[in-house]
Design a protein around this ligand. Structure first.
Ligand SMILES: [Zn+2]
Length: 416
């Protein structure tokens, strides 16, 4: 069937109008849930429990940087056998990848651990309950309502201040900055009048916002130069950001594989070594940071060494394809499941800053090698991460179209 041209235009106009309308409905904060659905507290406590002699103690713990479940058990004097039994339960593997700021809640009866709740995030939690000589476990996955939000701001002082004045969380602003970090230095390059727009998901549970979801599209206009980033998930379901023509926003390597306080020693082929007082080239960069600071894989690759020597302390070597190798020295610890042969993704935590080996204080010594030759990781030319393959380009344009439209509509809306 052949539709007359005017009909096709009409359909397009209707579709666009509908999409915009639908999205603006999306944007409306959800209504408070019906109060009658919430059970009354006193109706629950009316159930009388038999008075028992046993003493129950609940302990809440927020995981700190560098902690493992084993170190937490040791700190509170809990039984190592319970830790073992917990990890052997159905969802026990989840306990092996705990992360700073996540929450644990221990329930003890007469000093015996009878229950552990592990809240990985506001939407995902695990419950472990003692059942004779083992632990039963269950996983709770909450499905949030997703709403799209659009924001547009103009910078007067800093991106953080401008974002905060729009009500954006620090975490979201940081993720926004990370998308453009390869093109814009958010400390040195920012000028008053720089503009940004952002389209992101907001996750709600029972009418209450629990967290920000993914950033789906973003623009940044820096000193008159415009950058646009569109989120697109590749085959292994990892969200990456691309220019509208499908070029990756990322470089294949991070400039610095951690959040550091300062550079304590630069790349220097003719440096006098602080401990040995002789000329020993410094073939990496030393980043001073507190012990326990997470260290990231600077690019996708495979761990080819995770071991310990007298000089290097605990160290990791990652191979990234044929040409590139990165090294991370003086770690206090390796991250969970990091060992020889393990594949890692850019930005994944591989270990923690320490001062093992020949180190005068806690720092990361980071090396970047190209074809076996040490390069300065702060100035070396970094290759781009993979672009959208030509056979996926059409799908990419199709999938990102709505978000691009939203991004553009936001700008025109704020100008008038
Ligand atoms: Zn060093």
């Amino acid at each position: 069937m052949q539709l007359p041209k005017t009909h096709i235009y009409l359909i397009i106009v209707l579709a666009v109008t509908f999409t915009l309308f639908y999205v603006s409905q999306y944007n409306e904060p959800p209504k408070k849930s019906d109060e009658s659905l919430v059970p009354k507290l006193d109706s629950i406590s009316a159930e009388t429990e038999p008075v028992s002699e046993s003493e129950r103690v609940r302990l809440e713990h927020t995981i700190a940087a560098g902690e493992s479940l084993a170190s937490i058990f040791k700190k509170y004097g809990y039984e190592a056998i319970d830790l073992y039994l917990l990890t052997q339960s159905e969802f026990g593997a989840a306990l092996k990848s705990i992360y700073p700021k996540q929450k644990l809640s221990f329930l003890l009866r007469d000093r015996e651990l009878i229950q552990l709740t592990y809240s990985a995030n506001p939407l995902q939690s695990y419950l472990f309950e003692r059942d004779g000589d083992k632990f039963r476990s269950e996983s709770t996955n909450l499905h949030p309502d997703r709403f799209l939000e659009r924001k547009h701001g103009v910078i007067e002082n800093s991106l953080f201040l401008a974002g905060q004045s729009l009500g954006l969380s620090d975490n979201l602003i940081m993720r926004f900055a990370q998308i453009f970090q390869w093109d814009v230095d958010f400390v040195l390059d920012i000028r008053p009048g720089d503009e940004f727009s952002i389209v992101f998901e907001s996750l709600y549970l029972n009418g209450k916002k629990v967290e920000d979801g993914d950033i789906l599209a973003a623009t940044f206009i820096n000193q008159g130069k415009s950058f646009e980033a569109l989120a697109y998930a590749n085959q292994d379901n990892r969200l990456d950001y691309f220019t509208p023509t499908g070029k990756n926003m990322r470089k294949a390597f991070l400039r610095a594989p951690l959040e550091f306080s300062r550079i304590s020693s630069n790349f220097n082929p003719r440096r006098r070594h602080p401990l040995f007082k002789t000329v020993i080239p410094h073939r990496g960069i030393d980043y001073a940071a507190p012990t326990g600071t997470p260290v990231f894989a600077s690019g996708d690759g495979k761990v080819i060494k995770a071991s310990r020597t007298k000089a290097n302390g605990k160290f990791i070597v990652i191979s990234h394809g044929e040409q590139f190798v990165t090294k991370y020295l003086h770690l206090s610890n390796f991250a969970n499941r990091i060992k020889k042969g393990k594949r890692v993704k850019q930005g994944q935590i591989i270990g923690y800053v320490g001062s093992t080996g020949y180190a005068t204080g806690p720092h990361l010594h980071y090396e970047f090698l190209v074809n076996g030759v040490h390069r300065n990781p702060r100035t070396a030319q970094l290759p781009k991460a993979a672009s959208i393959p030509p056979n996926q380009l059409e799908n990419f344009l199709y999938k990102t179209e709505r978000n691009r439209m939203l991004l553009a509509s936001q700008i025109s809306k704020d100008i008038d």
